[in-house]
Design a protein around this ligand. Sequence first.
Ligand code: SAH
Length: 354
Amino acid sequence: ILARITMRLSILSFAACAACMTHAWQPTATVQSSAFVQARGGVADNAAAPSSSTALRMGIGSGARRIRDSIFSKERSREDLKIGIAGFYDRSSKLWEEVWGEHMHHGYYIPEDRTDHVQAQIDLIDEVLKWSGVEDATSVVDVGCGIGGSSRHIASKFNCKAQGITLSPYQANRGNELAKEQGLAGQTSFQVADALDMPFEDNSFDLVWSLESGEHMPDKTQFINELFRVAAPGGRIIIVTWCHRDLEADETELTKKEKRLLAKINRAYYLPRWCSVKDYVDILEEKGMQDIRREDWSYIIAPFWKAVIKSSLNFKSVFGLVKSGFSTQRGAYAMFLMLRGFNKGLIKFGLITC
Ligand code: SAH
């Protein structure tokens, strides 16, 4: 039912966007990108403002390009991706927090029929730490921190400091607000920064934590290089991320059908091309790492998407969805694609540590 509702909402929004492209869509994109530039310490350039007819043409052109790319699930450029991720989380994080709370990641479903989903999410953090052998930390970086749920949990658990980075100005502000409310402002802080170019000194953190953000990174080698650079000697890196299945020995790529499914998810969740857990391990091995461990927890998180879909079936969620706009509605629809990907064994919930 929700699939149909979200599809219709998406089609309606889509039609509305097409009808008033320069009003509804283009200014939103412009506001986001200039907010993004300013949040990152830059200055939006107003000096060469185009005339209104040029702006109209640019607006129509850019809107039409987005519609075309959306229909054909075309891969976004790195810059489009970055602006898109910031805008997507700026728009959808409030609704997610209202329905699900401060953790924006899967839960740990052992036993499989557990119904306290927020506790399942907290348990996932604890179980990942246990699996990685982390019993203590003094200084943590949370790479792709959302609204800071992991940072605050780990900072309280180990009585340590944690710094989170996200591309979304809304998330960074909300993370700092929640830190204040929870009495953790002295221990945790959040800022807008790019994981591929982190604003931290080398060797700064004894725990480098990335929970469900790696899938957004368009360059996995650069991502790993940055995680490595900021990790202190003897520190631990933990990456928990969505991957595609490892390729078989006789395969060079995924099937066309698999690639089509992932391309649709990518449009909805602002993701670049996927890689496998083995690809991550290969990058780490190339860097000379020896103590690399990997695990597939797809079966442990499996009940999560069904729970999210069920949680969307109430007035508050559907109303919130209507208000949140096209990209959040498309994100809601993509939940069903994720579920299909997991069920087909195409999508894996991968853990990697070293
Ligand atoms: N780890 C969080 C949020 C997961 S959602 C949690 O579990 O609650 C994905 C997060 O990755 C978002 O906060 C998004 O802004 C961030 N992200 C994606 N690409 C990024 C990049 N290049 N640099 C920094 N953060 C990024």
